[in-house]
Design a protein around this ligand. Structure first.
Ligand SMILES: *Cc1c(COP(=O)(O)O)cnc(C)c1O
Length: 235
């Protein structure tokens, strides 16, 4: 890879431009931009890059792997106590204890075994991360998330049986489909279940997501630049 591709982008400027695009999309949708939280997805980027974003005034971040996060975030969090961290990647039940220690929000609750493990950890520690249920709106076999047809029952189970601190729903639409269809479906499932928060929209489609009611947009590339190629690895 050439130096020009790996050169650190101007994070302060990128953050400013994403925030003004959020403000414009919110205004166009007749919404208050304060109702849209920008979750800066810092996966694969090293701690100094993340520190630059914190120093530029940003305070909400997301990562997709527990192990990678443990190598970067304990120090960043102790240097910057107000910063909040969301887990946006799949979580194995055997990593729930570690996840609850580090993450302020867990966006990928999608099965009873995981919900039960989270409930136990919350009860044992008194730590209450905001929980989002991930919905596999595209019903893709390779993607995590509860199927739309099972969402109402799972939401009820998370509330009544596990008493999880449920904030809302999250989705990652299929890459080759119109994202608005998926954002609309997620918003409808949330509405009929009385859930307020919608985590949807990434670098390529966050403005569309805001039009459909996103309260959290998860943006990586538009802030931090391109990531190194994906390396499959178990977390
Ligand atoms: C990587 C990632 C994002 C950010 O994607 P960009 O296209 O880089 O903005 C958002 N959500 C999840 C779940 C991710 O894994």
């Amino acid at each position: 890879m050439q130096d020009s591709e790996t050169a650190s982008p101007d994070i302060r400027q990128n953050l400013g431009s994403v925030k003004s695009r959020i403000a414009a999309a919110a205004a166009e949708a007749g919404r208050d931009a304060a109702g849209v939280t920008l979750v800066a997805i810092s996966k694969t980027h090293p701690a100094p890059t993340i520190a630059a974003a914190i120093e530029a005034g940003h305070a909400v971040f997301g990562e997709n792997r527990v192990q990678e996060s443990e190598s970067k975030w304990p120090a960043l969090k102790s240097d910057h106590p107000g910063v909040r961290l969301h887990l946006v990647g799949p979580l194995q039940s055997n990593k729930v204890k570690r996840a609850v220690q580090l993450f302020d929000a867990i966006e990928t609750v999608d099965r009873a075994k995981l919900a039960r493990a989270l409930a136990r950890e919350i009860e044992a520690t008194g730590t209450r991360p905001d929980c989002f249920i991930q919905v596999n709106t595209g019903e893709e076999d390779q993607k995590a998330g509860i199927r739309p047809a099972d969402a109402d029952a799972f939401i009820k189970e998370c509330r009544e049986q596990f008493q999880l601190p449920l904030a809302g729903l999250m989705c990652i639409p299929p890459v080759d489909e119109e994202p608005g269809l998926h954002f609309g479906l997620l918003a409808e499932i949330a509405r009929r279940n009385g859930l307020d928060k919608l985590s949807m929209g990434m670098s390529g489609d966050f403005e569309t997501a805001i039009r459909f009611g996103a309260t959290h947009v998860r943006v990586g590339t538009a802030i931090f630049g391109a990531r190194p190629p994906f390396k499959p690895q178990e977390d």
